[in-house]
Design a binder for this molecule. Structure first.
Ligand code: SF4
Length: 267
């Protein structure tokens, strides 16, 4: 049974599109899907409030995402950094300049984003664990842990907390080593793939992170061009020399032909 508990997703169209994608996939897999209550207002009252306070203090907290180390019993699996696809970026930090501008440390910005995400996990796991208890399920797991962009340790803590409250088992697994495979299979299956976690904050953060990556790529290209500027100048000078030599040779040949012609005409 897949339980879809995502009051975090903004806007409602996005919520519906992700749910429709899930339903299509689940049907093919023979899995049942139950939908939670989409209560964006409740999410805003708890999580949105925390996010707004953090945003007022730090602005858009871009680049602060995910746990780097494997979480759980299977610590021998590859780390999340290995599971992160290059074009989606890995964990990073808010730049020192950005934090200095706002009088904050990267650690404080990260903590603020973590607090928001913890509240978000809590709300959704509590709903899920309650549903599980009310419908006679023995255990709850989560697919959230497939993403290297999430706080895996906090996901585990919140899942266990919610399950304990409702008296069901928490079946946590760190699925990050399967992120690449999940990405590949969803692409191959032509599934809709979101480019942000779900809430309005993450939409802005993901856009800022894409901008950061674009800027980094531009800077790298510029540095690469600068690094090879001398080589390019030397090659261009060489080409100019060759062109001048060819021109001088052609002119000398033309002069020679003109002299020979004049001599022939005198004879
Ligand atoms: S980034 Fe994701 S987990 Fe964090 S608050 Fe937004 S929707 Fe929830």
């Amino acid at each position: 049974m897949v339980f879809y508990a995502n009051s975090n997703i903004h806007p409602a169209d996005e919520y519906a599109q992700r749910l429709a994608t899930l339903r299509t996939w689940a049907e093919g897999e023979g899995l049942e899907v139950a939908e939670g209550v989409y209560d964006a207002e409740a999410w805003e009252a708890v999580v949105g409030r925390i996010g707004d306070a953090a945003e007022a203090k730090f602005g858009v907290i871009a680049g602060e995402e995910g746990d780097l180390e494997p979480v759980g019993d299977d610590a021998s699996r590859p780390s999340s950094s290995e599971a992160t696809s290059p074009d989606e970026g890995g964990a990073g930090t808010v730049s020192a300049e950005e934090c200095a501008d706002k009088g904050a440390s990267p650690t404080a910005a990260r903590a603020a984003r973590e607090a928001r995400c913890r509240a978000c996990y809590r709300l959704r796991f509590e709903e899920t664990a309650r549903y599980a208890r009310e419908h006679g399920f023995a255990a709850v797991g989560t697919t959230l842990s497939v993403s290297p962009h999430q706080y895996t340790r906090i996901i585990r803590e919140e899942l266990e907390r919610a399950c304990e409250r409702e008296g069901v088992k928490a079946r946590f697994a760190d699925y990050r080593p399967y992120y690449d495979e999940a990405t590949r299979r969803s692409r191959e299956g032509g599934m809709y793939r979101q480019n942000y976690c779900g809430c309005r904050f993450s939409d802005a953060e993901a856009a800022a992170e894409r901008d950061q990556r674009r800027a980094a790529r531009r800077a790298a290209r510029k540095a690469e061009l600068a690094a090879h500027a001398d080589e390019r100048a030397a090659a261009e000078a060489e080409r100019a020399r060759n062109r001048a030599e060819k021109r001088a040779y052609a002119e000398a040949q033309a002069r020679k032909r003109a002299i020979l012609k004049a001599l022939r005409e005198q004879q």
